[in-house]
Design a protein around this ligand. Sequence first.
Ligand code: ADP
Length: 396
Amino acid sequence: MNILVINCGSSSLKFQLINSESEKVLAKGICERIGIDGRLTYQAAGSEKTKTEKDMPSHTEAIQYVIEALTDNETGVIKSLDEIGAVGHRLVHGGEKFASSVIITEEVKKAVEECNELAPLHNPANLIGVNACEKLMPGTPMAAVFDTAFHQTMPEKAYMYGLPYEYYEKYKVRRYGFHGTSHSFVSKRAAELTGRPYDATKTIVCHLGNGASVCAVKNGKSIDTSMGLTPLEGLVMGTRSGDIDPAILEFIAKKENLDIEGLMNMLNKKSGVQGISGLSSDFRDLTDASLAGDKRAKIALEVFSYRVAKYIGSYVAAMNGVDVIAFTAGIGENDELVRAAVCSYLGYLGIEFDEDANNTRGQEIELSKPGSKVRVFVIPTNEELAIARETEALIK
Ligand code: ADP
């Protein structure tokens, strides 16, 4: 079966058409600047990437162009829409309502809408993508795969904040966690690589991208993760602060005369390694600058790795041990210096770090030496494939 995987943002729409039997990507691309002007980048497997300017007043036109490209006589990979068996949508926030992926119905859409308040930038945009697909592909089954669902197994002690309980009762203020599709995919693969049963393995997944989170997966279930009510909590990220003393908000608000919107903008967009370095949120820039002697770039990188190592330590405590640690996403898959820095704190776990293996990029590799008590891997994540697998499982 061919499955169209859609990841819809407010002005962009990423897509991949994946064959579920071969798990190969038949074509992929992105629509950008939706609602402004519109540009479609499209690539069929084995062909060159093409970019075309298109008029995209809304997501409906964007999906229309995607379908045209997929079925085009020259660039296309399928003859007609009938060859798309299902659509898998990435949805960011499922609140407490969704502990797994579901087939999309009117009821599901309503329930997702009720979670909009928890992810005001993402959920409404995700739903626009769902509605546009329904309009153009009526009758094709659609699945919703939530970033938060995998973490619904967290126990109360991990998801409750030390805040008045009525905020949880009234507003559902609690920790949810994100990147669930990636944490689930990578932890399963980690168990496979070690030859251990998934339901008897303690794994710590470090999803280190622009947004970054760590997850403790015990016996196949997420029992804790570093992001919270929103993706702002936890690690120091590209531009997000991660954990801070909440009293800083009042202090800075007064000093800099910022209102709550200004503060949130500062925490989400001007903080993290970008804020510390004053230079860039991209780890390639920071590494170059640090090697050239830039002090703040060096501190930013140290703060990032130290925070990751501290989270790993706390999850070893939470699980009373760990069998596998996995690095994934842009930084985890490609930045050997960050991986080495994080692992330099982990000697107490009996990890013997393989410096040579670590000099590889973007590939599945083992970073621990044979005989290492805890095994460490780089496992490239593939959220689209994970969504396609979930979608197929639901359809069947
Ligand atoms: P997201 O999906 O959250 O936008 P990604 O997982 O794509 O993030 O990761 C993006 C980040 O990965 C970039 O900001 C960059 O810092 C880092 N990155 C990508 N390639 C490399 C590389 N070769 N070396 C070091 N860092 C890299």
